[in-house]
Structure formats: C-alpha cells, structure tokens
Design a binder for this molecule. Structure first.
Ligand code: PEP
Ligand code: MN
Length: 264
C-alpha cells in the first residue's frame, strides 16, 4: 500500500476542495429532515453529504437507524442538491444495497474496523466497485488493526480509499468523548502519506463547542479533510445530539478555520 499516488486521485483528480468536507446528520431520521439539512448545506464547503442509515449503537434500546429506505432519501439529496452522498456500511447486505442505490462514498465504522471477519466480508462485497471507501479507526487505539482493515479493502481492488480519525475510547475520565491520540493518526500519515486522512471532530469531542479547536488541530497537522455531523435542530437529533452543529455554525467554522494552501 505504500507510495500509491492513486489513493489521492479521487481527491485531487476531481479538483475536490482542500480540505474535503463531509457533513450531514449523524442519522437519517425522516425524508424531510434529510432533505432540509442537505438544502441548507448546498451552497457551502460541503462536497459529500453523510447520513447514517444503519446505526451501530453501543447498547440496545436506542434508535438503530431507518434502514434501506434512507438510501432513497440520499438519492433525492443528490438529485436535488448535487451533493455527493455517503453512508456507513457494516455487512455484505448494506454494501449491496448502498451500491444498488449509487451511494458515492461508503465508510466502515469504528465498531466494524475492530473485526477482521466483518471487514473481510465488506471487502469481498466491495470487489469491483469504483466508489470511495473510507475506513474509520477502530474504537481501541490499535494502529495495526486500522492498517489491517485498510489492507483488506485495498486487497479487494479498491484504490479510491481514505481513512477517518475519530478518536479512541478510554476507560479514564477525559474531556473528549474519544481521545484523539493524535500520534496514532500522525503515525498512520507518516507510514501512508498518500492515503487521504480525514478528521472526525464530532466523534472525538462529543460536544459541539469543542469542534472548532479539534478541526483546527487536524488542519495544522495536514489532514486532508473533515467529517462534521450537522443537523438543523441538533438538540432534537435522534442520535449524537450534543455534538451536532447547525448548517450555519458549520459555515461559520469554515470561515474561521485557518486553512493552509496545499502548496504551502
Ligand atoms: C457515525 O459516524 O455516526 C458513527 C457511528 O461513528 P463511529 O463509527 O466513529 O462511532
Ligand atoms: Mn454519530
């Protein structure tokens, strides 16, 4: 996987902006909600619109996602706004449905990256696709497990890939929801400088007022993009309410961030 320039081709070849911005709600809740947020993000820095359809909740009894119907809502987003679409996949069935509905970017969540069996199943289902695949770091601070998941996806012939740094869970008290452990992301970047590295300040912080600072740190460390959960009424969100920002706040964040030109 070392030194393969084509990893960044989906970013650079299509003249995508730097940093790449992926935004949208933690979960698709209703068709109206998905479309409302998308329309509010239409004229912004956002390129990919994210919404979780199948939600991996740590404990049962919470909202677990609307399921496949949400893929149709994402298709409407693309038709009406031109935003590209992204959702999480966690098994073969999810991959097949997402590909059938022409979702542009699929990501593997932190709770799936920890399982080589699941990652391999997803990799097998992805064979032959030219969609973008992003792999979140595993929930636990294990660089080898993260790299192993990327290798499984790459071995399935996927070159349009990238990784998402979403922090690591800890049993200790922390101001973060998931400790960033920046060194792990930097070690990944040092080892694989050609694999796009996206930061997810939403799941790192768990709190909307910390998102700006973590985003700035990521850009200062030369990350290629940001994934930020965005909701029109964050406090009423069905999942991850405390960390979601409004579309207006998102736009303000991008006005205020110091963004280094790639040529700097
Ligand atoms: C998400 O992106 O909504 C999500 C569930 O993230 P993670 O896998 O990082 O917990
Ligand atoms: Mn979330």
């Amino acid at each position: 996987m070392e030194n393969k320039k084509e990893f960044k081709s989906w970013l650079e070849g299509h003249n995508l902006p730097h940093p790449l911005v992926i935004a949208g709600p933690c979960s698709a809740e209703t068709e109206e909600q998905v479309l409302k947020i998308a329309h509010e993000l239409k004229d912004s820095d956002v390129t990919y619109y994210r919404a979780g359809i199948w939600k991996p909740r740590t404990r049962p009894g919470n909202f677990e996602g609307v399921g496949a119907i949400g893929l149709k809502w994402l298709q409407r987003v693309k038709e009406e706004t031109g935003l590209l679409t992204a959702t999480e996949v966690a098994n073969r069935n999810h991959v097949e449905l997402a590909l059938e509905h022409d979702i542009d970017m699929l990501w593997i969540g932190a709770r799936s990256t920890v399982s080589p069996f699941i990652v391999q199943e997803i990799a097998d289902a992805l064979e032959g696709t030219d969609k973008v695949v992003l792999i979140k770091n595993p929930v636990n601070p294990d660089l080898a497990l993260w790299i192993g998941a990327v290798e499984r996806i790459h071995n399935a012939g996927i070159n349009k890939l990238g990784v998402i740094h979403r922090g690591f869970s800890t049993y200790d008290k922390s101001k973060y929801r998931n400790n960033p452990e920046w060194q792990i992301a930097v070690d990944f970047q040092t080892r694989f400088p050609d694999i796009p590295l996206i930061n997810d300040p939403s799941h790192i912080t768990g709190k909307r007022d910390m998102i700006f600072d973590v985003s700035q740190t990521a850009l200062d460390l030369n990350f290629d993009g940001l994934m930020i959960e965005t909701h029109h009424t964050p406090d009423k969100a069905w999942s991850d309410a405390a960390q979601q920002v409004t579309p207006d706040t998102l736009k303000q964040i991008f006005k205020d961030l110091r963004i280094r030109k790639t040529s700097d």
